[in-house]
Design a protein around this ligand. Structure first.
Ligand code: ATP
Length: 224
């Protein structure tokens, strides 16, 4: 374990009526650690992120978040009719008037500088994902939970986002929980990973080792 845990999930079970989305999941993210959660469609990834912030009810288990958690939700959830700057500002609403100063975000994510007055609804998917990350950073999080970073984005755009996340991790000690269907990308960015199947963690460990595991290679990395 690298330092103490900023996110600690134990025995987490989430049910929607008769359907069990998560079944006794244990997972932790250490301070400043980059951790991936991979799994196919319907494995329960989104339910886990939602449970972290109390957006779904737990049927059993515990979730402990130490420090501040911010989320980059699947689908980015921009306010399409608001400007980029206003979307960013909304991410800082908890921090009072000064907390809504967006200038620091344009330093961290310079690509957003020229877009600040554009309506979010007119941006490309990659630009929106960057706004979603910027908005989450406005909360000054200790840990960022990103649901499907790469979904629908071109490889070059993904590379730019990954480079920014690397820098935030290196320079600010930001911890990241990256929820991804693209295991190759998740393994590239993260030191450790959890593999979720049908609501259960079936494998976990260092990404370098997991990548060599034949079960992971055949099911998630497109090879054997
Ligand atoms: P995706 O990649 O498609 O978002 P996921 O891994 O994030 O999938 P979840 O969205 O957490 O998976 O869903 C896990 C399981 O729970 C799935 O079988 C899904 O059909 C079911 N589920 C999710 N939300 C609900 C809901 N509101 N009501 C009933 N079942 C649900």
């Amino acid at each position: 374990m690298s330092g103490r845990a900023v996110v600690e999930v134990s025995g987490l079970t989430v049910r929607y009526g008769a359907a069990t989305a998560l079944d006794g999941v244990d997972l932790w993210v250490g301070e400043g650690e980059m951790v991936a959660l991979i799994g196919a469609n319907g494995a329960g990834k989104t339910s886990l992120v939602k449970a972290l912030s109390g957006l779904v009810d737990r049927s059993a288990g515990e979730v402990v978040v130490r420090g501040r958690l911010a989320q980059v939700p699947e689908g980015r959830e921009m306010f399409a009719d608001l400007s980029v700057d206003d979307n960013l500002r909304l991410g800082g609403w908890r921090n009072g008037r000064r907390g809504r100063d967006t200038s620091g975000i344009y330093e961290l994510l310079p690509e957003l500088g020229g877009l600040r007055r554009r309506l979010a609804g007119t941006l490309s998917g990659g630009q929106q994902q960057m706004v979603a990350i910027g908005r989450a950073l406005m909360a000054r999080p200790d840990v960022l939970a990103i649901d499907e970073l790469s979904l629908g984005l071109a490889p070059m755009v993904i590379d730019t986002l990954i480079a920014h996340l690397h820098a935030l991790h290196r320079d600010q000690g930001l911890a990241v929980l990256l929820i991804e269907q693209n295991a190759a990308l998740a393994f590239d960015l993260c030191d450790r990973a959890y593999v979720l199947e049908a609501g259960r963690v079936v494998l976990t460990g260092e990404t370098a080792e997991l990548a060599r595991d034949p079960r992971v290679a055949s099911a998630y990395l497109g090879g054997a």
